[in-house]
Design a protein around this ligand. Structure first.
Ligand SMILES: *[C@@H]1O[C@H](CO)[C@@H](O)[C@H](O)[C@H]1NC(C)=O
Ligand SMILES: *[C@@H]1O[C@H](CO)[C@@H](O)[C@H](O)[C@H]1NC(C)=O
Ligand SMILES: *[C@@H]1O[C@H](CO)[C@@H](O)[C@H](O)[C@H]1NC(C)=O
Length: 199
């Protein structure tokens, strides 16, 4: 093994040791890791988890368009001595949640945040290259440029419909042809067939 390979392996091992420690604001666990979303998507975008060792603080999600103008901002104010996830002002068409947990966490940690950001408004092409940011007090925890792509198929695709009875307008199994997979709009997949009303 070359010196560079050994150095690289040591970095990888050290990096994974650090990652198994705990998530901090500067190193949050964010799911999913994707940056590309389907055009017209609505639903959960990102869920973040991180722990703080020193002090609870305001938690802020900011969704900015490509000209850095705010689209939606949620601030969960920190209430000293109480739950630091005080309710934020609602923003129509968007949703953010915040939970703060002090039970069952590693020693030396004050508490851990679980927080989500969702869109109720469709992500139309005007949201392409918008940026979602998460901050704890003045610390930036996460920033992601969002790329939007229209859904397409590399091959002509047919949805095969197998009605359980021969009757028009009954519930049926449907699945994609060409060995393609049915994905949910959030990119997850499970069953490759589902039921819908055959019309
Ligand atoms: C935001 O999402 C949470 C969790 O899914 C839900 O309980 C709440 O009703 C939503 N709020 C709005 C304003 O949609
Ligand atoms: C988002 O894109 C802008 C413009 O290309 C770039 O300056 C910025 O660094 C990007 N931010 C992230 C978090 O990738
Ligand atoms: C979003 O921006 C990327 C990069 O500029 C581009 O390739 C893509 O086609 C755009 N998507 C939409 C839906 O306009």
């Amino acid at each position: 093994m070359s010196y560079q390979t050994i150095m690289f392996l040591m970095l990888v091992i050290f990096g994974s040791l650090c990652a198994t420690a705990f998530s901090t604001c500067s190193n949050p666990t964010v799911t999913p890791s994707r940056i590309t979303w389907a055009l017209d998507y609505t639903g959960l975008l990102y869920s973040g988890y991180f722990c703080v060792t020193v002090q609870a603080n305001d938690l802020t999600w900011s969704f900015e368009d490509s000209s850095v103008a705010n689209i939606a901002v949620f601030t969960f104010p920190s209430g000293l001595g109480t739950n630091p996830c005080q309710p934020s002002t609602p923003v129509p068409g968007y949703n953010a949640t915040c939970q703060y947990n002090t039970a069952g966490i590693p020693a030396g940690i004050l508490g851990c945040y679980t927080t989500t950001f969702s869109v109720g408004n469709k992500l139309t092409s005007s949201f392409n290259q918008s940026t979602l940011k998460l901050a704890h007090g003045v610390s930036s925890c996460f920033a992601q440029n969002i790329s939007l792509q229209a859904c397409s198929s590399p091959t002509p695709n047919t949805v095969l419909v197998n009605p359980s009875s021969g009757v028009y307008h009954t519930q049926a199994n449907f699945q994609c042809s060409h060995g393609s997979t049915l994905f949910n709009m959030d990119g997850t997949t499970g069953n490759t067939a589902t039921k819908c009303l055959a019309t």
